[in-house]
Structure formats: C-alpha cells, structure tokens
Design a protein around this ligand. Structure first.
Ligand code: ADP
Ligand code: ASP
Ligand code: MG
Length: 457
C-alpha cells in the first residue's frame, strides 16, 4: 500500500479537490490510504477565531466561523450536486453548529486554553476529511471516511501532541488495514488526533505531513507521497527566490535538516517514522502531477554541488546570558536548560564563550517569563526578529574551506551566531530578519549557479 497526503494548498477549492481525486484514481492499483489537510487557509482562520473568542470578542469570532462555513457549503455544493449535497449538508451543519457553540463558550469565559484551541483547530480537518471522502466517492472512488481522532493517539501536550505509536499502530491495523484489504480508499484528516481519554489534540502546525508518515509507518507503506503546490523540494523557498530549482533526490538526513530549519514544504517530524521503517518519501505537485518531484531516500547519490538547499527559519529570538563568575561552574548549563525545559521551549542553536552563552528559540509569548527565570542565573538580554539560515549538503563533510565561501559572499550582513553542527551536513547562522532576502539571493546565486544534473533539474 502507499500513503498519499494532500496539503491545504492542493485542496483550496472544488477544482483542486477534483484534481486530487484524479491523482488518487491514477494510483488505485497501489492501494492508497489518503491523508488530507484542512482547505487552504482554514487552520489560520480557526486560530484567529479561537484567539478572538479567547479575548471575549464573540461577534468577530462568529463572523469568521460563518465565512468558513459558507466556503465549505459552496465547495461541497459544487462538488456534490444538489441531491447529494442536500444529504451531506446536514452533516456539515452539525459540525459548524458545534464550532459556533464552542466559540460562544470560549468567548463567555474570555479565555482560550490550549485544550480548547485544539478543539477549535481540529474542525478544519474534521470537515475537510468528511467532505473529501464524499466528493471523491461522488466521483466514483470507493472512499471510506476514517475518524483520525479514533486512530491517532497522542499524549495531552495540546498544540504539539506527541504520538503514542503502539496504540496508534494497533488502531491503524484495526480500522484502516481492513478497508485496504477490501479495496476501499480510506480518507483521514491529518494534523488531528486524540489523547488517551478521547480529548482532541493536534500534532503541530503543518502536521498533516507527520500524520502521513505515522500512518505510512503503522501500515508498512511502500511509499509516502506528499502532494503540495510546488514541484518537490527546491534549492530554496521559491517564494524567496523564484528561480529556485527542483531537487531530484535527497537523503533522509539532508531533508530532515532542511525541514527542521524551516523548509515549510515538509513538517520537521515527518521523516522520523519513515526513516525508522526505511520508507521512501516523495514530494509531488498536485498542479503538475506528471513532474517527478523530489525523492527522499535513505541515501542520496553523490552530488557535485556542495549544498542541496538553503532553508530559512524566521521568527527566531536570540537569548544572551552573561555570567562572569558562574559560567564555568559545574551545573550552570544544566540549570539554564532546565529553565527552557520547564517552559517546554526547544532550543535550536547554542554557542558559548568563557563568560557568555547565546541560544536561539522560536519567538513566543513565553520569552519574558523564561528571561525572568534565567535572570536568577545570569544577566539576560534577548532580541527577536532574527532568522536562521541553514545550508545543507552531504558533500560538506568532505570539502574544507566552505564556511569562508559562505560568509565571503555576505560580507555586509551582520551574522549574530554560527553553528556547523555535529551532523556535519549543515552550516547555520543567525541574521536579522530584514537581511534574509538579500542574503538568500546571494547565497543561492553563488552555490546554485551551476547544477549537478544528477541531483537537480
Ligand atoms: P501544503 O499545504 O501542501 O502542506 P505548505 O504551504 O505547507 O503546503 O508547503 C509548501 C510551500 O513550502 C511551498 O509553496 C513553498 O513556498 C514552501 N517552501 C519553503 N521552502 C521550500 C523548499 N525548499 N522547497 C519547496 N517549497 C518550499
Ligand atoms: N491544517 C494544518 C495546518 O495548517 C495542518 C497541515 O496543513 O499540515 O497547520
Ligand atoms: Mg504543509
């Protein structure tokens, strides 16, 4: 069997949904299980609703909910035709009534907890998965809707819940494998799950890719296909450099680093379950399905270019700690990391000198509280609006003097931190967000002017 995941950008309207249906039809012989995201932009809108409701702004929240409801009604109407839509309308209505009810409750309390936020966010995939299953069935595919909340089990870390693989795999074998054996096409929402006691959770923004890998690993898929709106993974974000080129084949480790350091085309956790089971992942374009996309495989062939791609992670904050007396003291770094751990705040980059430690974290509302805890250990300064630029390539291992070439082409950009990590396949550094565009343009022009045709197109 294979897993096919369609992102929101591949499900933005009725035409896109029909196109996705045709792509599924072309793969029926390979027994696909399909994972779908919410329609494009819906999760952002749900987030805005939950925030408005949490601030006590009931009417703006409900207005947004009504707009999302209308969009789904219109799309379902176009896809299903009058007779089928009349029946399906009742199901959609029930979901959207429940969403509005929930928003009223949140607005009345004037606070949106992480748990309530997950419940609101889950509606995007709840309704999209039902709608896609109906629409593709109306177009002749033998689809069956599978409730993701009854299959994917996580812990209760709302917003970024961690999958519990044993339970999840057992559920997938029970609920999904028999459908495949029956030649049906299971259709399940990505991103959403439930904790052990049945409370809705989500597995992190962009997490439908991760859902696809969880399902692929649980069902021992031969391949996982990530269908999106670009011709695969590119040498950098095409929105930044329109001339970015397609990577034909890339190793698991290179792709993981790129995803981790901001290449939005793939969620950072996606590859872990696939790596464990050695399942190849392909990134493909639903608007251009004949393009071969990017193949992510255990090992990539040797590449003449030093780098495979440049990733950018924005909204980073640098935290600087200065502690003249304590830095070298036993247990100091442990105490520092303990603070980040307590706030459940992952640290990306670290650099130390004799008297100072600098770290980077994703910018968030928690930073003032973290800084205030750190203040007990050292003098603390933090500054936001930073970005991590990460250049990734296997060939970096073998070639000396690369860092000089990287920084030599951006002499006028203020570099705040540098890391050439233990993985030996990336060089990362931190700059101001305002410098991202020109830095990436120049690096791309330098390192991708000539391309190894085995690896790039
Ligand atoms: P989906 O809805 O399919 O999950 P996303 O918006 O999450 O789509 O991811 C696709 C987008 O990722 C592309 O439109 C592109 O702008 C962006 N992107 C960032 N870095 C890269 C990269 N290196 N290669 C391709 N796309 C990238
Ligand atoms: N809909 C979710 C999001 O926008 C998950 C996804 O699209 O992968 O974050
Ligand atoms: Mg995505």
């Amino acid at each position: 069997m294979i897993v096919m995941k369609f992102g929101g950008t591949s499900l933005e309207d009725a035409a896109a949904i029909r196109r996705a249906g045709e792509i599924i039809r072309s793969r029926l012989a390979q027994r696909p299980a399909v994972i779908v995201s919410a329609m494009a932009g819906v999760t952002d809108q749900l987030l805005a609703m939950s925030q408005a409701a949490g601030a006590g702004e009931r009417e703006p929240a409900l207005k947004l909910a009504r707009a999302v409801r209308e969009r789904h009604y219109t799309t379902a109407g176009e896809l299903l035709g009058t007779a089928l839509f009349t029946r399906f309308h009742a199901e959609l209505e029930e979901d959207f009534d429940a969403l509005e009810e929930l928003l009223r409750g949140i607005a009345a309390v004037g606070e949106c907890t992480a748990r309530s936020s997950d419940q609101v966010l889950s509606f995007g995939e709840v309704v999209s998965s039902q709608m896609m299953a109906e629409a593709w069935s109306a177009h002749g595919l033998n689809t069956r809707h599978v409730n993701a909340g009854q299959c994917i089990v996580t812990d209760a870390t709302h917003g970024k819940a961690v999958p519990q693989f044993d339970e999840t795999n057992a559920n997938l074998q029970r609920a999904v494998a028999p459908l495949l054996a029956d030649s049906a096409v299971p259709v399940m929402g990505g991103f959403i799950a439930s904790s052990k006691n049945g409370v809705p959770t989500t597995i992190g923004r962009g997490g439908s890719d991760f859902s696809a890998a969880i399902v692929g690993a649980g069902l021992n898929a031969e391949r996982i296909e990530i269908w999106t709106d670009v011709d695969g993974m590119k040498t950098t974000d095409p929105r930044l450099v329109p001339g970015a080129r397609r990577i034909k084949i890339i190793g698991f480790d290179e792709a993981s680093e790129l995803a981790y350091f901001g290449a939005k085309v793939l969620h950072p956790a996606t590859l872990l379950p696939a790596i464990q089971k050695n399942i190849p992942v392909q990134v493909l374009n639903s608007r251009n399905p004949s393009n071969p996309g990017t193949q992510i495989a255990a090992r990539a062939p040797r590449c003449r270019n030093i780098f495979k791609a440049i990733a950018v992670k924005r909204r980073i904050t640098i935290v600087d700690l200065v502690a003249t007396r304590m830095l070298m003291a036993h247990g100091f770094l442990h105490a520092v990391f303990e603070v980040f751990d307590r706030h459940r705040c992952p640290v990306d980059m670290v650099s130390t000198s004799e008297v100072s430690v600098s770290l980077t974290v994703d910018s968030s509302e928690a930073i003032p509280a973290i800084a205030s805890d750190l203040q007990k250990l050292a003098d603390v300064k933090y500054s936001g609006r930073k970005a991590i630029i990460c250049l990734v390539g296997e060939s970096l291992r073998e070639k000396p003097g690369i860092a000089g070439q990287v920084f030599g082409c951006i002499p006028d950009v203020n570099v705040r931190m540098i890391s050439q990590g233990a993985s030996e396949i990336n060089i990362s550094f931190v700059i101001d967000e305002d410098d991202v565009q020109r830095a990436v343009e120049r690096l791309h022009a330098k390192f991708f002017a000539e391309l190894d045709p085995e690896s790039f197109d």
